[in-house]
Design a protein around this ligand. Structure first.
Ligand code: XBP
Length: 271
């Protein structure tokens, strides 16, 4: 039994902080295809299937290999994919900068509460680093990025989710043990990644992930919840709570790690 107190929250980004896959990343991929003179168009059902492959470059390559037997790949396939992905990232950043991609309900509330309670914040995401920093700056204001001690993102690891690498990287950069952190995720692959890294995980589903298998998650909800807009509990024990807040996360963590559950002075863990 461990005696570790909860010290940090690690957030996935796409689908968790923002519901940005279908109306953000997908739209940007399609704009890149048009710009490159390709007649490819990813509709929502196609994109939902492609979401099984994490990482934009990996997803493009999978699409070419598995969905476009008609396509004559160029000799430099890596360069072709890289160019297409750079175009996609430019279009995605434009959407972010236009304010087209807001945070999901309860996200900003939880981030603010966690900071006030002395918890450290981190990101572990498959997406390109700039996609994360621009989203945070746009949604939380100029110092939004500085709220996070660690932003582990994109190609800094060789193996993307469901491999545990990005969560292990975030833990290494935080200098913390898995037992001192909790993860917020939205996908089965993200859950597998965090769980293999030894982390306890709360799932906040979205339209594309609601029917995935989340056995092994500590709690599964439809959104983090706001006052007056309670979450729906899809699996697990919410301990009578109506939103994901620091008190509920401490309770879940304490239960999982066997830490004596005490009333923290002003919500802060003892040092
Ligand atoms: C989700 C992803 C990302 C984005 C695309 O990652 O798979 O690939 O769809 O991002 P996570 P890039 O849930 O870990 O945030 O095109 O920048 O790779």
């Amino acid at each position: 039994m461990s005696n570790d107190y909860l010290k940090a929250l690690i957030f996935d980004v796409d689908g968790t902080l923002a519901d940005n896959e279908r109306d953000g990343h997908r739209v940007a991929f399609n704009a890149a295809f048009r710009e490159a003179g390709l007649d490819w168009e990813w509709d929502i059902p196609t994109y939902d299937r492609l979401l099984g492959v994490f990482g934009g470059k990996e997803r493009l390559r999978h699409y070419i290999e598995s969905f476009r037997p008609d396509f004559e790949p160029p000799a430099d396939l890596d360069g072709f994919v890289r160019d297409l992905h750079q175009r996609k990232t430019r279009h995605y950043l434009q959407l972010l900068e236009a304010g087209a991609i807001p945070l999901r309900p309860g996200v900003e509330r939880l981030l603010r509460e966690a900071r006030a309670a002395g918890l450290r914040l981190a990101v572990a995401s498959t997406t390109t680093l700039e996609n994360v920093t621009v989203l945070l700056g746009q949604a939380l204001g100029e110092d939004g990025v500085a709220w996070f001690d660690v932003i582990a993102a994109g190609d800094v690891v060789a193996n993307k989710k469901p491999a545990p690498d990005i969560y292990l990287k975030a833990l290494e950069q935080l200098g913390l043990e898995a037992s001192e952190c909790l993860v917020i995720e939205d996908t089965e692959a993200g859950l597998a990644s965090a769980t293999t890294a030894g982390l306890t995980t709360v799932i906040t589903v979205n339209g594309a992930t609601r029917n995935q298998d989340f056995s092994g998650a500590a709690l599964v909800v439809d959104q983090l919840g706001e006052p007056g807009r309670p979450f729906e509990v899809l699996a697990g024990d919410a301990h009578g709570g109506t939103l994901v807040d620091v008190a509920l996360l401490r309770r879940i963590h304490a239960e999982k790690h066997g830490t004596a559950y005490i009333v923290f002075f002003q919500g802060k863990a003892p040092v």
